[in-house]
Ligand binder design. Structure first.
Ligand code: PLP
Length: 399
């Protein structure tokens, strides 16, 4: 792969101010200035290396941002109090009243709801398209389009965006390509494929311990500066700031991301293969039966595999619910939304994380009521886990 990013976590090196092996946490909301003049210069954005107020930036958030920019091979990055904070700030920075967004129709339900119900009220309109249909993307672009928005691997249908080709369309039409890479950190590096801005819900794999809500926007230094601008920056003014204590704890978890992603991928690949063999309708980018398997293979970093998320179709919602309850009783994992935890998490997106999408649209895009999304955990003995799941499947007549 060209432009291999500095995502080798071994390259991270930050010392604390007393030589600690972890950077010191900057536990302050506000910062002193030695002169009144340097305070006013800082407000005008003229002083490098001065901290003003933690909603703007603080050293702990900057450390985490730098590490994530290195991971995503972008010039810079800024962290947020949630993935939604990162997404909404980016879209509102790029779009003003009268502008238009082309979005994948399968995106996280919160993103869908924001575009459909909230941005719409600000006179920012959205065309939702099948992101695997390049002609549909091209045909939806108007003179007012400012952004093409999609997830590298979509939530929950696991559709794969052909980022290289979509980036070409974006460049030809002068539109920014924004990619949510939450499902595929390290496996996919969207900036290397032409994306302008890369977003993560840090809440998921990057943090990995299901104890934090956080997000990040990775992009050019100019765009990150725009977000932080005290006069019209969406990050500064909408105020979705990450707390510095949390930033410090996420930075510590980031150090094991490469190991975790390999294990999530290995376990998910094993289970997906077994489920498919058992005749269960299984969607996983690592399976040859996935419609975009070859495309995905052409641009992932194989070291990190096909990711930790898979779906199966249990048919009726009632069957899916019984099956999930049984799995939880048998300690396969937790009936919970979110992903990237050490335990397997499972939920039915149609009635949870994608419930903002109206039923008819869900059907049209193939989001069935009994579709179960699994975030596969870090189980050491995944073969044993499979046997337990198989017993649960038998009890609800799935196999
Ligand atoms: N993007 C994706 C793909 C998600 O799955 C989610 C949450 O589920 C988000 C963004 C929103 O992130 P957060 O919950 O951190 O605000």
């Amino acid at each position: 792969m060209k432009n291999k990013p500095a995502n080798k976590i071994q390259d991270l090196q930050y010392f604390g101010e007393f030589g600690g092996v972890n950077p010191s946490i900057s536990d302050s909301s506000t910062y002193t200035f030695l002169s009144a003049k340097s305070m006013s210069d800082t407000f005008e954005g003229n002083t490098e290396g001065c901290y003003l107020y933690s909603r703007h930036t603080n050293p702990s958030n900057l450390y985490l941002g730098e590490a994530l920019a290195a991971m995503e091979n972008t010039e810079s990055a800024t962290v947020f109090g949630s993935g939604m904070g990162a997404i909404t700030s980016t879209l509102l920075q790029l779009c003003k009243s009268g502008d238009h967004v082309v979005s994948s129709r399968t995106v996280y339900g919160g993103t869908y709801a924001f575009l459909k119900n909230f941005a719409n009220q600000l006179n920012i309109s959205t065309s939702f398209v099948d992101i695997t249909d390049l002609e549909a993307i091209k045909n939806s672009i108007t003179n007012d389009t400012k952004v093409i928005y999609c997830e590298a691997v979509s939530n929950p249908l696991l559709e794969i965006a052909d980022i290289l080709k979509i980036a070409e369309i974006a460049k030809e039409t002068g539109v920014k390509l924004v990619i949510d890479n939450t499902f595929s950190p390290l496996s996919i590096v969207p900036a290397n494929l032409g994306a302008d801005i890369v977003i993560h819900s840090i809440t998921k794999f990057i943090n990995g311990t299901s104890d934090t809500i956080a997000g990040v926007v990775c992009g050019s230094q100019d765009f990150i500066n725009e977000l932080r601008d005290v006069n019209d920056g969406a990050s500064m003014l909408l105020g979705s700031t990450l707390d510095s204590l949390r930033a410090a704890s996420v930075l510590k978890n980031l150090r094991t991301l490469h190991i975790r992603i390999k294990k999530h991928s290995e376990n998910a690949m094993y289970l997906a293969g077994m489920f498919e063999k058992d005749g269960i309708r299984t969607v996983y980018p690592g399976l040859k039966s996935h419609p975009s398997h070859n495309l995905y293979n052409s641009f992932i970093d194989h070291e990190y595999g096909y990711g930790g998320i898979l779906t199966i179709d249990a048919g009726k919602l009632e069957t899916a619910n019984k099956f999930m309850e049984l799995m939880q009783e048998n300690n396969v994992g937790y009936l919970a939304v979110s992903l990237g935890f050490y335990k397997t998490l499972f939920s039915t997106p149609g009635s949870s994380t994608s419930s903002e999408i109206p039923e008819e649209e869900q059907k049209e895009m193939g989001l069935n009521e009994g579709l179960i999304r699994f975030s596969i955990g870090l189980d050491n003995d995944i073969k044993r886990t499979y046997q337990v799941i198989k017993e649960c499947m038998k009890k609800v007549n799935l196999i």
